[in-house]
Design a protein around this ligand. Structure first.
Ligand code: DON
Length: 302
């Protein structure tokens, strides 16, 4: 397996298409050539190749896990009152709102910002809510996760669009917190640092029905894992979700830090890192690696 993964990376290494995310200034400063892949099996066995120790910010890959925490608090029907489950067909930072003011799904920014606000106790201080989320993400990964303060500060200082989205949802009373506090916490959530092994374990935790394969910790119940993976299937890759599902065939989530995470229920959790992105904010070489894994290792759901 390790030799095979090395070979997969070797075959994709020369592709230098795409560009670093520069709307978050600090993300334009990362090494664009970093390349890594990791797989986590149902028994917790990990395989990796490339820059497996490289830390990067989780960005939007945090969204399914914070959705899981919000589902725990509000239940399936409760959560659906606030955030929908339909694909928006729009880019991740669009104003994807229904006429009622309900965000279309928890994977686009507007829905993820709302989900962040709903993940904690009503009236909780922004610091306490963030700590609860950071600890929750750590339980999925099986270790404590830290924040990249430089990326956080860089995005916080330029978060005009997310602030606008948060104020818009707040105007419909979908959540009650101060939109500035919610964007502070959501931005910190996106700046949590992971490596590809962490993401593979987090994916396998979802793929195991909520139980972390390393720690044995039942992080969330099966119904939550099921809901999260279902929404990842239809909304996790935004406006390329259909292409991804037909080509690769696994519930997945991308992030502008260059990560992609995918989970095949009962079989594998997988993750890649390569920071150059296409126009939809998806890692170019990450998609290539997943296409190969899907074809060559039968990781497509069919
Ligand atoms: O809110 C943002 O724009 C970023 N913190 C996260 C966006 C992201 O990762 C989109 N996914 N590919």
């Amino acid at each position: 397996m390790p030799e095979y993964l090395d070979e997969v990376l070797r075959q994709c290494a020369d592709d230098d298409e795409g560009a670093l995310a520069d709307y978050i200034p600090e993300l334009a400063a990362v090494d664009p050539d970093r390349l890594a892949v990791a797989l986590c099996m149902p028994d917790g066995q990990l395989y990796g190749a490339g820059d497996v120790d490289a830390l990067f910010t989780i960005q939007s890959i945090s969204k399914p896990f914070v959705y899981a925490l919000a589902l725990m608090r509000h239940g399936l029907d409760g959560m659906e009152r606030f955030v929908g489950v339909e694909p928006s067909g729009d880019p991740f930072n669009e104003i994807s709102l229904e006429a009622s003011g309900r965000p279309r799904n928890p994977m686009v920014n507007i829905g993820a910002i709302t989900t962040h606000a709903l993940a904690g106790e009503e009236g909780a201080a922004k610091e306490d809510l963030f700590e609860e989320i950071r600890r929750g993400l750590g339980r999925f990964a099986g270790r404590e996760l830290a924040v990249d303060e430089r990326v956080f500060e860089s995005e916080r200082a330029t978060a005009h669009r997310n602030l606008a989205l948060a104020h818009l949802v707040r105007s419909y009373d979908v959540f009650s917190a101060d939109p500035r506090d919610v964007v502070w916490g959501y931005t910190r959530q996106c700046a949590v640092q992971v490596d590809v092994r962490d993401l593979a374990v987090m994916a396998m935790t979802l793929a195991s029905g909520g139980t972390n394969p390393l720690t044995g910790d039942q992080v969330v119940p099966r119904w939550v894992a099921r809901q999260v993976l279902s929404v990842m299937s239809t909304c996790g890759m935004y406006d390329v979700a259909g292409d991804w599902m037909t080509d690769v065939g696994m519930p997945a989530k991308s992030g502008v830090g260059g990560g992609i995470m995918a989970a095949l229920p009962g079989f594998v959790g997988a993750a890649t890192l390569s920071p150059r992105l296409d126009r939809t904010g998806t890692s170019v070489r990450g998609v290539r690696i997943f296409e190969k894994l899907s074809r060559e290792m039968g990781m497509h759901m069919m």
